[in-house]
Design a protein around this ligand. Sequence first.
Ligand code: ADP
Length: 560
Amino acid sequence: MTQKKRKFVGSFNRFRLILTLGLAVLLPAAALIYINFSQLRHFQRDKVLEAAIHRDFQETLAIAEKQLNKKAFALAEDAKERFPSADASVAEKEQKLDEILTNCSGFTHAFIFDGKDIVFRTRASQLEDPWVREEHDKAPESYKTWFKVEGKYFLETIRKKPRQFGFNTGAVKRKEGEAYMSTAIFPLPGASKDRVVIGGVCFDPYFLKNDLFPNTLDDFLAQKQAEESGNPVAMMLYAGDLEGGSELRPVVMSSRWGQGKPEVSRKLDNAFSGLSLGIKFQGTSVQELGEQWVHRSFVILGILSLMIIGGLVLTKHMVSKEIGLAKLKSDFVSNVSHELRTPLALIRLYAETLELGRITTPDKKEQYYQIIRKESERLTALINNILDFSRIEAGRKEYEFRETDIAELVRNTLDSYRYQVEQQGFALEENIASDLPRVFIDREAIARALVNLVNNALKYSRNDKFLGVKLYKDQSLVKLEVEDHGIGIASKDQGKIFEKFYRAGDPLVHNTKGSGLGLSLVRHITHAHGGNIEVQSTPGRGSRFILSLPLRPSMGTAPA
Ligand code: ADP
């Protein structure tokens, strides 16, 4: 009945534990993991990261375009300030335009249209280039015709712009093939608004390609990289339409562009219309990056989930262990009470019988006295064990080490047991080496360890009643062996028997009184001496406990 009830209480505790773990930890943890997983899946499906990168790329391109325009405006502005007046003589205009071409870098031609005629100058050093010469010969006429027809309207549109510049862009021919040219066109300051007076400077295609474009892009990217960490990007300026399927004709690439097409593009207007600016990551793509990120997040989430599960398993294990220990403790209390009651009842019974004076034969009396002494010895041993145990648990156990003749100690302890051992029908084999040095030990503690080992040998033997005690020196150790031919200990139990309250499942163990404290005390005592205890045992054949104590020379010579 009581067994059943206890079992019920145990499983109820376990149920409560699982319920608490489930409600307080498992559910929130599972919800957290689920939410994170579904969020990641949403990120993966809707390419949220990719979209964010694209937006960021668009912004970057807009800023880069602004910088390109800023440079072009600055150069054109500088030239504009040096322009001659529309009413100056042709010679004067030519001289001033030549000065501009010499002093301001970056231009191939400069021209001024005064409403009727055009003065068109080309950088002298470039006139040897047949393509430039052809431009020099043909361009003035076409500009003149254009300005005469549309000049007025053109000026009106330019004047509406904040910086009062218009740009004429397109492809020109050079030795290497097609090149990109941009011409800044502006109304001349000071000229009457009724007149069509126009100035202009043509950017040198070589200057654009080899200087302005690459330097601006590289400077911009270097600054961006310094300000933001993250994957470095590369940029490209190209002609042609990426979406339209026409061939992409790169004009300039920033350093480390590598291979491939731009991820995001922006059509430029203003100074460099007709060109597009493209951007991509160096050495990777947005898609790859997005996939990597999602993959990494999944892995991290997986590891975290495993850790949470591991933590839960560990917690359950720990709590189960605590519950198990609590059960062991309650078993211990009932075992101990039982163990105290039996000798006390015997002592009382025999003492009362003697008191009544009914026993007359001296032999019988002697036998009763012996029983009373033996039972009180058992009580003392048990109480000593319990007291020692509670001191150890409270951390108050102290040892008194003295220089001792351990052989004499073992012999004396066995002597007080010899009678009991032999009475129970045990063959006692004593083997104590004679050449043992004196060791530094707590006499009482070592004797108690031996008594516990001997008691166990007596308790856990069936028919083959043998007790062997051996004391010998083994290199730098003194070894004390207690051997029996008893029930033995299963190998799964051998590691546990030294734990407090632990008792093996053998029926003989269950029918024998015990507290499960003896071996845990023996181990504590041995460790306190800097020693070690081990067990060799075969179930059904017997056990051998080997207690090793260090023979430290300093111990032998230490003062008592
Ligand atoms: P107790 O003997 O009071 O149960 P111990 O701590 O002395 O507690 O021993 C713990 C357990 O180890 C015992 O319950 C028993 O199962 C096992 N044991 C100890 N000594 C022996 C032995 N000599 N032979 C077989 N089993 C033993």
